[in-house]
Design a protein around this ligand. Structure first.
Ligand code: 3HC
Length: 306
């Protein structure tokens, strides 16, 4: 009995159809891991604009090719994975999905408008899951018209590689819905942890303030980019130093996270916006995605400090 159970857990996803809204840095990876061929799930990947849809698709194809080239994915499984994903710019194509993961940019107005539309177009059974890093799941659940079917599923970048997903419940979440979301995360091969709907959940509440502290060291002129990053890499065993990681996450994303917190929790001393971060955003230097941040970037490859 036990063997069969394990087998069925590996082979059948909790959901037949998974929608992913937003195919950026996080969303493309989520669509990719949701479409793994052994799960028999079909994935509907949505972006409102064709150019961003095409970009998301190209990212998925490139990541899948990397995995095949490294022998981590069989060609057959890769072909099946890619054929499991349907791409669309029409939000109505999401109306029959069983599970909808939203990964659009960290802007509450945009998210609320999306949830108020999808709340009325999606079938009543559809479970909504936001990949927000830092916004209130409760606020979005209230707008969706289905607060008991609303959770957070927070992935980490790069989604294809990072094993953790935080699964967040609110005071409204139906425990059976939470269990389904938690099980799905394990179905796709990730490790789930859970936490209440608090700013930054577990990882970002600890990680983001540490990135801000590294930037404040730069503002004060205490140390250089090279020395700050090398210190946490070689002195604390982190895979990337904090400024390298901020560039990798996207300086705009880091900024949106902290700006939202500063507005909502002005008395929390860990939430601050360093001058150097604000300056780089104003100059359009967003890290890896724009080619410059604390470092120069050549595509995916990091160069010298800027
Ligand atoms: N698709 C497929 N494969 C990928 C990939 C992708 N998108 N990205 C990386 N890989 C593969 C590489 O090809 C490589 O494969 P190999 O081991 O067979 O050679 C492997 O992953 C490791 O990559 P690299 O060799 O390029 O480099 P590293 O060994 O330094 O690993 C890293 C890269 C996994 C990103 C590592 O540096 C790391 O763990 N960094 C910290 C990442 C982190 O902290 N992420 C969380 C950010 S916070 C967040 O996301 C929350 C948000 O809300 C802000």
């Amino acid at each position: 009995g036990r063997r069969l159970l394990t087998q069925s857990k590996r082979c059948v996803s909790s959901f037949d159809t998974v929608g992913v809204a937003g195919l950026g840095l996080m969303g493309h990876g989520i669509a990719q891991v949701a479409a793994q061929s052994n799960l028999h799930s079909s994935v509907i990947a949505f972006e409102a604009e064709q150019q961003f849809l095409d970009k998301g698709r190209a990212r998925i194809e490139s990541s899948v090719s990397t995995l095949v080239a490294k022998g981590k994915l069989e060609q057959d499984a890769a072909d099946k994975l890619l054929s499991n994903i349907t791409y669309t710019t029409n939000p109505d194509d999401l109306q029959n999905v069983d599970f909808l993961v939203e990964a659009v940019i960290e802007n509450m107005d945009l998210k609320k408008s999306l949830y108020s539309t999808l709340g009325s177009t999606c079938k009543p059974e559809t479970i909504f899951a936001s990949n927000t890093s830092s916004l209130s799941i409760t606020d979005m659940a209230e707008i969706s018209g289905r607060p008991e079917k609303f959770v957070g599923v927070h992935f980490f970048n790069p989604v294809q590689i990072m094993k953790l997903v935080e699964v967040i419940h609110t005071k409204y979440t139906d425990p059976a819905v939470f269990d389904q979301a938690y099980k799905w995360v394990e179905d796709i091969g990730k490790v789930s942890v859970t936490c209440g709907d608090t700013p930054g959940f577990i990882v970002n509440r600890l990680l983001v303030p540490s990135l801000m502290q590294a930037m404040l060291m730069l503002d004060r002129g205490d140390a250089t980019v090279r020395d700050i990053d090398l210190s946490l890499k070689l002195g604390a065993g982190h895979p990337m130093g904090p400024l390298h990681l901020a560039d990798y996450i996207g300086l705009d994303t880091c900024y949106y996270i902290v700006q939202g917190w500063v507005e909502k929790y002005p008395d929390e001393p860990a939430f601050v916006i360093p001058d150097c971060l604000k300056k780089m955003i104003d100059e359009g230097n967003l890290g890896r995605k724009s080619g410059q941040g604390f470092y120069h970037w050549n595509g995916e490859k990091r160069g010298d400090p800027a």
